[in-house]
Design a binder for this molecule. Structure first.
Ligand code: CDP
Ligand code: CDP
Length: 210
């Protein structure tokens, strides 16, 4: 069983994906972390994430240890990730790892949950379950702001809202694997739903497909 979860930044994809993976004992892959790792590697090397040739080169050898770097979650790295994510060669270079994880999940798990932007449309178009998780930009910026503040860091709501909107626009407008719901995805607008309510709806849908 492959469960694909897509949607814009801070919609609650990762939270939902982790709960689903725990419920069904499936493996979980945060595919955004792969794009973030490429962006972070470039920033660390003093490269410009807007340079497509440099981004393509940086994605040739993915440094998976960067996934555990505390800087991975910063908004600066999120922006760099969305810049490198518009480069087709970068997407191609990350595709094999993602498909392999979905088809042969680690630890002999019977299923895989992947979250990102193009899982249901490009990475796993044959996934049995596709969920598209969204929420208003204001609510997503509010969630991201409190998340950062809970880590004890300073966060400015207005800056984060502008950043979320810029990233949405870039992710939806790019020609290579743009963010959009798959035709057969269950739409979950979480603006007014708490995590438990979203999880219950998702589980009901998954059980109806099993
Ligand atoms: O956690 P958040 O939703 O803020 O972002 P993320 O999932 O970590 O993804 C960071 C960036 O990577 C996104 O803005 C996308 O541009 C890109 N991405 C992508 O293009 N395709 C994916 N499957 C996952 C992420
Ligand atoms: O993975 P993605 O960037 O889509 O979002 P996330 O990291 O799962 O969620 C972003 C924040 O929103 C987290 O702090 C969640 O606890 C919170 N959240 C929420 O308040 N209500 C929801 N229905 C889903 C997530």
């Amino acid at each position: 069983m492959i469960i694909a979860i897509d949607g814009p930044a801070a919609a609650g994809k990762g939270t939902l994906a982790r709960l689903i993976a725990a419920e069904f004992d499936y493996a979980y892959l945060d595919t955004g972390a792969l794009y973030r790792a490429v962006g972070l590697a470039m920033l660390k090397a003093g490269m410009n994430p807007a340079d497509s040739d440099q981004a393509a080169a940086a994605s040739e050898k993915l440094d998976l240890s960067l996934i555990d770097d505390p800087a991975l979650r910063s908004e600066a790295v999120g922006s760099a990730a969305s810049q490198v994510a518009s480069v087709p060669t970068v997407r191609d270079n990350l595709l094999y790892f993602q498909r392999n994880f979905a088809v042969t999940p680690p630890n002999n798990k019977k299923g895989a949950v992947l979250d990102g932007r193009d899982i249901g449309t490009v990475v796993c178009p044959n996934a049995e379950v596709k969920l598209y998780v969204t929420a208003s930009p204001e609510e997503r910026a509010r969630r991201r702001t409190s998340e950062i503040q809970m880590r004890g860091e300073v966060a400015n709501y207005a800056t984060i809202l502008a950043d979320v909107k810029a990233r949405d626009a870039r992710d939806m407008a790019r020609t290579s694997a743009p963010l959009k719901p798959a035709a057969d995805a269950l739409l979950l607008d979480t603006t007014e739903l708490d995590i438990d309510a979203v999880f219950l709806r998702a589980v009901r849908f998954i059980k109806s497909k099993a």
